[in-house]
Design a protein around this ligand. Structure first.
Ligand code: PLP
Ligand code: THR
Length: 359
């Protein structure tokens, strides 16, 4: 009988801790549209400090954070953003920058490590001499860590090079920093240094940091002032939002120090999976909390079937295709959960009884 659920679908699945719930209940709140919510202001001030930017704004989701950021940078009609063809903004955000913002995407090849070759970015910048035909490039968008590449990290040197390219061409640089704290922990580079070259960053509070809801965008004071208006336009006027921000302040305190453990657990999982016959993982590419593994062709089991078997053992994961599975580690997955998961996957792959007596 399953007594516990181990949820490996994403780092968005964490439940608020007791400390978060207490902080939410006690939060000092006010109307964040008519004036400002004091706890939201406290969080925004703290996030501006951590990221080294002038100002910050709480938004209900990372998707809205990216959308607002792109739309503020590209508020002139005919604008174009250069972004990765495997980026979250391009794949998982409903094409919002175009359908809502009228911004033209210029997808360019993401490398396996989540980066985009700087010369590829430069080649994608529209020649202003041909503006009679071309959209106008106004923004470059990076993603750090890069989710679809398995949580790989963009180095500060690379980010600075893209920032220099943006400046050289009079462009802005936005970083989808949904997991920027994971990248910072993995690279051992402070967040403010990692995003120094960016004009704006969207940071998820609701992923590895474990807050129940929300993201924060950071940038200059004028950028955030325009972002605040656009948030309201998009229906994101947040009234007593301090209830959510109080949980996020706890998350910053409690969970940032745990990210290194999440990464260790992900690496242990990857190494263990790689020892299971019929599975393969690029262990070296596991830099943060995301692990993708392949099920060998001709295997008796598909990713969907494996998911169903593990579900019976109380383990939830997200098949990425018929033969590829994604597992995301977070602070509510322990080292023993990882070992239990490995035992259940091994038993599913061999169909026998695992050494831990799984049946
Ligand atoms: C890299 C990345 N950016 C943005 C988002 C969007 O965040 P949200 O789900 O809060 O809209 C996600 C995942 O959710 C993500 O993985
Ligand atoms: C699926 C995607 O939108 C989400 N960001 C995740 O990583 O779980």
């Amino acid at each position: 009988m399953v007594t516990k659920t181990i949820d490996l679908r994403s780092d968005t699945v964490t439940k608020p801790t007791e400390t978060m719930r207490l902080a939410m209940a006690k939060a000092d709140v006010d109307d964040d549209v008519l004036i400002y919510d004091p706890t939201a202001r406290q969080l925004e001030t703290e996030m501006a400090r951590i990221t080294g930017k002038e100002a910050a704004l709480f938004v209900p989701s990372g998707t809205m954070g990216n959308l607002i950021s792109v739309l503020v940078h590209c508020e002139i009609r005919g604008s174009e953003v250069i972004l990765g063809n495997n980026s979250h903004v391009h794949i998982y955000e409903n094409g919002g920058i175009s359908t809502i913002g009228g911004v033209h995407p210029r997808p360019v090849k993401n490398n396996d490590d989540g980066s985009i070759d700087v010369d590829v970015i430069e080649a994608a910048i529209r020649n202003p001499d041909f503006e009679i035909c071309y959209p106008k490039t106004r923004l470059i968008c990076l993603e750090n860590s890069h989710a679809n590449s398995g949580g790989r990290c963009l180095s500060v040197e690379y980010t600075d090079r893209v920032g220099a390219l943006a400046k050289k061409h009079g462009l802005k640089l936005h970083i989808d920093g949904a997991r920027i704290f994971n990248a910072s922990a993995a690279l051992n580079v402070p967040v403010d240094r990692l995003v120094q070259a960016a004009d704006s960053v969207s940071v998820c509070l609701s992923k590895g940091l474990g807050a129940p809801v929300g993201s924060v965008i950071v940038g200059t004071k004028s950028f955030i002032a325009r972002a605040r208006i656009l948030r309201k336009t998009l229906g994101g006027g947040m009234r007593q939002v301090g209830i959510l921000c109080a949980a996020a302040l706890v998350a910053l305190q409690e969970n940032v120090p745990k990210l290194v453990t999440d990464h260790k657990n992900a690496k242990t999982l990857a190494e263990g999976l790689n020892k299971i016959k019929g599975l393969s993982v690029d262990v070296a590419s596991v830099e943060t909390n995301i692990v993708y593994f392949e099920i060998a062709k001709g295997s008796h089991i598909t990713a969907l079937k494996l998911g169903k078997i593990l579900d019976e053992h109380g383990i939830l994961l997200m098949p990425d295709s018929s033969s590829r599975v994604r597992i995301v580690i977070h602070h509510q997955v322990s080292a023993s959960d990882v070992q239990y998961t490995l035992a259940c996957i091994k038993q599913a792959m061999t169909g026998g009884t695992d050494e831990n007596g799984g049946n």
